[in-house]
Design a protein around this ligand. Structure first.
Ligand SMILES: Cc1ncc(COP(=O)(O)O)c(C=O)c1O
Length: 375
């Protein structure tokens, strides 16, 4: 058995240990534990990386989305449209504001919010649309902006899985009114704990969010609005600042593994591989295939020491948290079908070519044994 983990953060740390240890020591020696110069330096560099004017560091990606919605004044009686296939945090941020979550279906090729389904969900109460750049694939932002602009609806990017992804020549993060990023440890850019950021070209919105994350203040004991404590830690800012230097190379390494998978798996029957689009650059936070016999394949790979995941097994409109008592859930057939068929293969920058090869061989062997393919 040749084990392949789903990701290997320990190895990544070993590769950059000296630099990261130095950054951690610097924060501790200067006692800049909350906010402060390390967070500010990272904010400046991350905004510039995204090609946007401002980044505001916060406690996690869920807070990032919540604070954008709060700063835009979205609340009770408002509706926000988002895809049924995403991590639950996208919806939670809306619920936490008191607004109503409206789930739309996803596109069968990109797995992202389907513009036609989104259009069908727009009502006079719709205040925002949150396209999610799921798995690292940019959503079709132009379609959402065209729907939203004439109606005065805000388009907020959920870029939690897509640091560095490109849509029509522009990095995600600066494409809508604002974007929420997560630096959860396993993300393409991950902290050593929880962290997140808002990225925007709107200076006034960034200033308001900076106040909302820090007890509603600009000066120490002058609180201008009732707000929250959703700040980024200095340690996370310093670690992210080191890791940001490697993000382009890490994304390229992910893309290379994705190419290897695609080249070697495209002939295997019963699989659908992730699509890429000419106008977008996918950064493969996840490499998600569709498989006819998903659960048996997952078991087969597990028995061979290959870790996989399912992102996500239950679409959000079918989650207990979002079922409305007494009324049937909406039918969102693409999201429902995908939930039964998707499987995320291991992909991470430190993955060795031979590890990707073992994954390919194990999947090929499964197709041979279960379908008699190639025999
Ligand atoms: C699509 C998406 N949105 C939002 C979030 C929330 O980020 P966090 O876990 O940092 O709160 C995540 C994180 O897993 C995510 O994948």
């Amino acid at each position: 058995m040749k084990p392949v983990p789903f990701l290997d953060l320990g190895l990544q740390y070993q590769n950059h240990r000296a630099e990261i240890d130095r950054a951690i020591a610097e924060v501790i020696e200067s006692s800049a534990f909350i906010g402060g110069r390390f967070v500010e330096r990272f904010e400046k560099r991350f905004a510039s990386f995204c090609g946007a004017k401002r980044a505001v560091g916060v406690a996690n990606g869920t807070c990032a989305l919540f604070l954008i919605l709060q700063a835009l004044g979205i609340g009770p009686d408002d509706e926000v449209i988002l895809p049924a296939n995403t991590f639950i945090a996208t919806a939670e941020a809306v619920s936490a504001c008191g607004a109503r979550v409206v789930f739309a279906d996803v596109d069968p090729d990109s797995y992202n919010l389907d513009p036609a389904s989104c259009a069908a969900m727009i009502s006079p109460q719709t205040k925002a649309i949150i396209p999610v750049h799921l798995y690292g694939q940019p959503a079709d932002m132009e379609a959402f902006l065209q729907l939203a602009r004439p109606r005065g609806i805000a388009v907020i990017e959920d870029a939690a899985q897509a640091h560095g992804a490109i849509y029509r020549g522009q990095k995600v993060g600066g494409l809508g009114i604002a974007a929420g990023f997560s630096f959860y440890p396993g993300k393409n850019l991950g902290a050593y704990g929880d962290a997140g950021a808002i990225v925007t070209n709107d200076e006034a919105l960034a200033d308001r969010i900076a106040m909302l994350r820090d007890h509603g203040r600009k000066a120490k004991y002058l609180h201008e609005i009732p707000a929250y404590n959703m700040r980024m830690d200095g340690l996370q800012g310093a670690i992210l600042d080191v890791k940001l230097n490697y993000l382009p190379a890490w994304n390229q390494a992910r893309q290379q593994i994705a190419r290897r998978y695609a080249e070697q798996l495209h002939q295997v029957p019963g699989l659908i591989l992730p699509k890429t689009f000419k106008d977008r650059e996918h950064v493969f936070h996840l490499f998600v295939i569709q498989v006819d016999r998903r659960d048996p394949l997952q078991k087969w790979l597990k028995e061979r020491g290959i870790e996989t995941g399912i992102h996500y097994p239950v679409p959000l409109h079918l989650q207990p948290a979002y079922r409305l008592p007494g009324s049937p859930p909406p039918r969102l057939p693409v999201a429902e079908r995908l939930a039964e068929r998707i499987l995320s293969l291991p992909i991470y920058p430190e993955m060795k070519p031979e590890q990707a090869q073992w994954v390919v061989e194990a999947i090929t062997e499964f197709a041979r044994c279960s379908l008699g393919w190639g025999t």
